[in-house]
Ligand binder design. Sequence first.
Ligand code: P6P
Length: 344
Amino acid sequence: MTVTTLNEYIIERQADFPYAKGELTRLLTHIGVAAKVINREVNKAGLVDILGEIGTDNVHGEEQKKLDVYADQKFINSLRASGECCGLASEENQNIVIFDEDLAKQGKYVVTVDPLDGSSNIDVNVSIGSIFSIFRRVTPVGHNAGIEDFIQEGTKQVAAGYIIYGSSTMMVYTTGKGVNGFTLDPSIGEFCLSHPNIQMPASGNIYSINEGNYLKFPEGVKKYLKYCQEIDAPTGRPYTSRYIGSLVSDFHRSLLKGGIFIYPRSAAYPKGKLRLIYECNPIAMLTEQAGGKATDGKKNRILDFKPKDLHQRVPFFVGSRNMVAKAEEFMEKFGHEEPNIEEI
Ligand code: P6P
């Protein structure tokens, strides 16, 4: 069987892309390099002093893990060096990171990253991931990037993807022409095409949500969860509950097997927990490219949201299109509003 590496594939498909001058090719290649460097550290995290917290918090007041900061720096270094990217927005930085070197200012793209998603799982050796999306800049080439380059609607993404550091390391991405998965072959240090043209099943029997927050959920979510748990063999219920606590891992399972992932608004997170720009938008682009559905639970398409700020949160219902549609029926019938935390 012939092996197609990530670089070979990107170059082969370069003509698919309207700006086919090799710019996006170089950008995706540099993202792949950062992923390999991060993968090396993730895989030996227990052996070197890179586990645990660094004693600082990120913009959301969440403890920063050493690997979080390490991964963020690797993406910054690799993208700055690409010559195609003029700036980056990341979960780990309050503001955009502007690449103001002359070469970088000529870059036509900006990148958003969640450099290491699922940090709470790092120290217990559970799968984690990196999420990225790529936009064409709207500020003039030759000048510094600006916030307007990053707060574009998700429909403006030219590419999106993730790397999952799991039982194997995979890179899954789209440039708007379908979704393809590449598995890292450590013996040659290359990502190789392993999952061509991924299609998300229209239905599934796995639901993924942090049920510890049940009392804080809107009534519509509670009623949908009871629907998932009812015994009804013809519809494949009760469904199976699976929750890893890393968006990339929970989503990757839905992408391959079918299923629904929900992080709704709740009394604890009235706007939802997940961030629109560097978590929900890239996952939503992949979802729609694979035939799935990604909304806020109220039939509002995630990719249509106009971001108000870099770290805006949104409620997130994503996965098999028939399952998301069913969940939205319950939200419409029983209510979207989260309970008042004092009333729980
Ligand atoms: P909870 C990880 O911190 C993350 O941002 C996502 O990867 C994951 O889906 C979610 O938070 C888990 O949140 O509240 O269930 O621990």
